[in-house]
Design a protein around this ligand. Structure first.
Ligand SMILES: C[S@@+](CC[C@H](N)C(=O)[O-])C[C@H]1O[C@@H](n2cnc3c(N)ncnc32)[C@H](O)[C@@H]1O
Length: 163
């Protein structure tokens, strides 16, 4: 498979799984969380798919398309391990959806980063909240795997429920 095909499949899996997660929480009150603003692609998608819901966004920098920059009062700017404790103080237990997309390109580093952040992310989520992650969180306390939507190949993206 070419690198282009592989990227397209990864993005399709991401969009399909985000849409599935959004549908799962449609009838629940609560905020959404985007970890990794990047160029704002998935934030923009969630913003459309969850119109009217507050989405809090985490990144160490703003490098997004100008149309995809969150309002200041919903942005946690800085290293995750500095901003997450502040977010827990503000929002503990209030999130129904979290999208973790903080991969760096180095697989081992990305898995370690996500697993280090996961216990803090868990504190932000309400029980039954849903997590879409670009890295596996299998075997971690607080997270139980959910079946991926039809057509999404295991290993491309991960879906969990906050226990
Ligand atoms: C793959 S990009 C996100 C892509 C984005 N979701 C999109 O669709 O455009 C990963 C982002 O995670 C951020 N990131 C990685 N490690 C971080 C850390 N420790 N603290 C804060 N942000 C971090 C990077 O700055 C980068 O913008």
């Amino acid at each position: 498979m070419s690198r282009l095909d592989s990227m397209i499949r990864r993005l399709e899996a991401q969009r399909t799984t985000l849409n599935d997660a959004v549908a799962r929480v449609r009838d629940r009150d609560g905020v959404a969380l985007e970890f990794g603003l990047g160029n704002g692609r998935t934030y923009d998608h969630l913003r459309e798919a969850m119109a009217g819901r507050d989405i809090y966004v985490f990144d160490r920098q703003i490098a997004a398309h100008p149309d995809c920059i969150p309002p200041d009062d919903r942005l946690y700017l800085g290293d995750l391990f500095e901003t997450l404790p502040r977010a827990v103080a503000d929002l503990a237990g209030r999130a129904v959806l979290a999208h973790m997309d903080i991969g760096t390109g180095d697989k081992a580093e990305s898995v370690a980063l996500s697993r280090r952040a996961a216990p803090l992310v868990a504190q932000l989520l309400a029980p039954g909240g849903v997590v879409v992650s670009d890295q596996p969180l299998d075997g971690m306390a607080d997270f139980s795997p959910l079946p991926l939507p039809k057509g999404v190949k295991p290993g491309r993206i991960y879906l969990y429920e906050r226990i």
